[in-house]
Design a protein around this ligand. Structure first.
Ligand code: NAD
Ligand code: UDP
Length: 339
């Protein structure tokens, strides 16, 4: 298949481009570099040893999309492009509704006009809000607690309504749990701008000496060690989930929703210890107050993806932290390293 990957220069997008190419598909990337670096795509080309066709532009710009659809025979779109910082979404909700919701609507309409009927959409476990119990199944009640999460849920609903009305459109909604780790090559990985919001890149920057101390947000949760529990999933497993979803559901009209997680809950302190051990570096931390809006425990049941897509996560915690360290230690300043 020939796949348009919006946001293909980003963290999950780069890993997915490689997985698609390795599975025998071809990709065209559209990215505006609002949260990524052109060097990331050069590294993808190095790893795959082939050029990756690329357009710099906005995934919500109909003219750009029309042009791409006129230049390439596209079978499906994976839509990673979007804004993803929870805190920023509270400060700038309209940015999130425009860049995530309005852009997705334009993309779907333009795809449909061009006769492209398969979309894979990056959703998030955040649509579940504070779950009633764990593990989380796809039919659990939805209740995002911030504009970012609501923007993801709105796009899910747009996709479902459109699939129902169209009768020809396949909308594949993937709810990611917590993507971490990096490609085995150590050439690509997560490269956040500024101070990382997420746990794993923050730990990585402490281990490499860029930051002094990790703040552990909350040590009085009702979990085994009192710290928050999440379902961390290796980014290469996640990438593989996109390939399997496309290969299974391309040409199957309707909306399809899957959790992509491992089913294992890992606490903040377990992650800190695993990282310190794999990197053989100290990871100093201090226990501080809970972060507002955080839930105690969140992990997936991914049986539906296993049953329908034949997909399950293969990488363990050691593989997640050691691949992250391979990337971080070789590229302490991310894609700016050595420049
Ligand atoms: P990322 O920021 O690394 O990648 C997103 C890419 O999209 C970047 O390259 C950015 O430059 C680009 N982009 C943003 N807005 C754009 C626009 N309007 N037009 C063109 N390009 C645009 O993020 P990521 O971690 O790779 O996440 C990819 C997707 O997965 C996002 O939609 C995110 O919300 C979703 N997601 C991420 C996580 C996570 O923890 N990383 C979890 C759940 C869901
Ligand atoms: N966390 C932390 N310190 C940090 C960042 C995150 O203790 O600097 C905790 C956070 O409270 C949560 C877990 O790590 O329990 C995962 O947080 P992250 O932001 O990576 O993912 P999310 O909250 O979106 O699941």
């Amino acid at each position: 298949m020939h796949i348009l990957v919006t946001g293909g220069a980003g963290y999950i997008g780069t890993h997915t481009c490689i997985a698609l190419i390795e599975a025998g598909h071809s990709v065209v990337v559209l990215d505006n570099f609002s949260n990524s670096h052109p060097e990331a795509l050069k590294r993808v080309e190095q790893i795959c040893q082939r050029p990756v066709p690329f357009y710099e532009g906005d995934a919500g710009d109909a003219d750009t999309l029309k042009y791409i659809f006129s230049q390439h025979h596209i079978d499906g779109v994976i839509h990673f492009a979007g804004s993803k910082a929870v805190g920023e979404s509270v400060e700038k909700p309209m940015l999130y509704y425009r860049n995530n919701v309005t852009a997705s609507q334009t993309l779907i309409e333009t795809m449909n006009d061009a006769g492209v009927h398969t979309l894979v959409f990056s959703s998030s476990a955040t649509v579940y809000g504070d779950p009633q119990s764990v593990p989380i199944f796809e039919d659990f009640p939805l209740g995002p607690t911030n504009p970012y999460g609501r923007s993801k849920l709105m796009v899910e609903q747009i996709i479902q309504d459109f699939c129902q009305a169209s009768g020809a459109f396949s909308g594949i909604i993937l709810r990611y749990f917590n993507p971490v780790g990096a490609h085995d090559s150590g050439k690509i990985g997560e490269d956040p701008n500024g101070i990382p919001n997420n746990l794993m890149p923050f730990i990585a920057q402490v281990a490499v000496g860029k930051r002094e101390t990790l703040s552990v947000f909350g040590s009085d949760y009702p979990t085994a060690d009192g710290t928050g529990v999440r379902d961390y999933i290796h980014v290469c497993d996640l990438a593989d989930g996109h390939v399997k979803a496309l290969e299974t559901l391309h040409g199957q009209p309707g909306s399809h929703i899957f959790n992509l997680g491992t089913g294992n809950g890992i606490s903040v302190l377990e992650m800190v210890n695993a990282y310190a051990s794999a990197s053989e570096q100290p990871v100093p931390y201090q226990l501080v107050a809970r972060r507002p809006g955080d839930v105690a425990c969140c992990y997936a049941n991914s049986d539906h993806a296993k049953k329908v897509l034949g997909w399950e996560a293969k990488h363990d915690l050691h593989s997640m932290v050691s691949s992250s360290w391979h990337w971080q230690s070789g590229n302490p300043d991310g894609y700016q390293s050595g420049k």
